[in-house]
Design a protein around this ligand. Structure first.
Ligand code: FAD
Length: 390
């Protein structure tokens, strides 16, 4: 998208580019120490290590345009990986609903990338209908700790997580959105069993997690007992905003076009074929339209607002776009994309194509399935109700 940047914004963009250039990984450098050093330097720039955090908690206080520039530039540059669970999902909950002691205890470690978090929301029987969750937490008679029993499923990276933020049921006497309590506890302790789930593309990122009499001190509860649904809903909106990945898709789409141009067809290349070209064109148009929604979301965040239902539009469209890129990559590389394992066959971009395509199926499931996002958009964005003729 070509938005008009002021001279200050252009100067900011140059500063970001120079920072990435000056701090890129050097040949032979250890990735993990480079990664931590990179975040340290980003912090010294004035909160660049936590761009989305409010100034009060050390964020840079950027304008929406600066956030937009950052997203664009980070998608193009080779910056260190960052997991969303602590930084982008739990941190806003701690800032909004945690007490001062919890903020002081957990936020610095999240910021320093020292502790890996995982998200214990979904259960067998509680995915889209999350409020149906059954994992039980019972408060001790003296009111000092909870005992947790139950199971979570699809827990991403639970096998490498140090801590979990977890939705538990402390009361089942009212409607199902009531009686849910938000707890934080360490993963490496007795009573927690993590089992892998291997996904369609052959990789291990998700797990089942079983809790048997896990003890959680009451000071690890966020907010009030039974009010966890309110906190959890806020977190889902942050999660959805982060899952769209539009800037990355823009870069990947350009790469896809280059790749397609390298595939010979008759006297030309794949991009000369009208059927392929029109799919690319449609994708480009959808990506552009979704970017405008992202800009609106950035503007509202910069004005101090929380992500609202527009995060569902971003999740819905952004993940479909990512899937279409995977599909068109497989289409471009043809049979070569079917090669499984480390050794690629055919053009370099074909490697892992089918595995990537199969794994991309879950983009429209995690963080809330597409059908559920459509429901939210229908009700909260379009104002449709059951039986409405709008
Ligand atoms: C790769 C991956 C990683 C994940 N990581 C995590 C994680 O780290 N932590 C975590 O807590 N969860 C995680 N999840 C779980 C994810 O959030 C759920 O899978 C998702 O919410 C859907 O729930 P479900 O799988 O139970 O499907 P279901 O809710 O059973 O849905 C099955 C189908 O029915 C449709 N459906 C359900 N309800 C409705 C409705 N009201 N209207 C129309 N259609 C409907 C759905 O769209 C879907 O197509 C992950 C999932 C995946 C696939």
């Amino acid at each position: 998208m070509d938005i008009n940047l002021s001279s200050e914004d252009l100067a900011f963009r140059d500063e970001v580019r120079s920072f990435f250039e000056e701090n890129k990984i050097k040949s032979g450098e250890d990735y993990f120490s480079w990664r931590l050093g990179w975040f340290k330097k980003a912090r010294e720039k004035g909160g660049w290590d936590v761009p989305k955090w409010p100034e009060k908690f050390g964020g840079p206080g950027w304008s929406p345009t600066q956030h937009y520039i950052w997203e664009q530039e980070t998608a193009r540059a080779n910056i260190p990986f960052d997991l969303p669970f602590g930084l982008g999902m739990l941190a806003p909950i701690l800032m909004n609903y945690g007490n001062e002691e919890q903020q002081e205890r957990f936020l610095p470690d999240i910021r320093d990338r020292q502790v890996n978090w995982c998200q214990g929301y979904s259960e067998p029987g509680a995915g889209s209908d999350l409020a149906n969750l059954k994992t039980k937490a019972v408060l001790s008679d003296d009111g000092t700790y909870y005992t947790v029993n139950g199971s979570k499923i699809w827990t991403t990276l639970a096998h490498v997580a140090d801590w979990i933020f977890c939705l538990t049921r402390t009361d089942d006497s009212g409607i199902k959105q009531q009686g849910i309590t938000f707890l934080l506890f360490p993963m490496k302790q007795e009573g927690i069993e993590v089992k892998p789930i291997i996904t369609l593309g052959g990789s291990h990122t998700v797990n089942t997690v079983h809790f048997t009499d896990v003890k959680v001190p009451v000071e690890n509860r966020i907010g009030e007992e039974g009010k966890g649904w309110t906190y959890a809903k806020g977190l889902l909106e942050h999660e959805r905003t982060g899952l769209a990945g539009l800037s990355k898709s823009l870069v990947e789409l350009e790469q896809l076009k280059d790749n397609a141009r390298s595939i010979k067809r008759g006297n030309g290349n794949l991009m000369d074929e009208s059927s392929y070209k029109s799919k690319i064109g449609e994708l480009e148009i959808d990506l552009l339209a979704t970017e405008f929604t992202e800009l609106r979301s950035l503007a509202s965040a910069a004005a101090g607002g929380e992500p609202g239902p527009e995060s569902s539009i971003l999740k819905l469209k952004g993940t479909e776009i990512k899937q279409r890129i995977q599909k068109l990559t497989v289409e471009a590389s043809g049979i070569y994309s079917s090669a499984w394992g480390d050794k690629g066959v055919g053009p370099a971009f074909a490697k892992g194509g089918t595995a990537g395509y199969l794994n991309s199926r879950y983009f429209t499931i995690y963080g809330g399935a597409s059908e559920v996002q459509k429901d939210i958009v229908a009700k909260k964005v379009l104002g449709l109700t059951k039986g409405s003729s709008k």
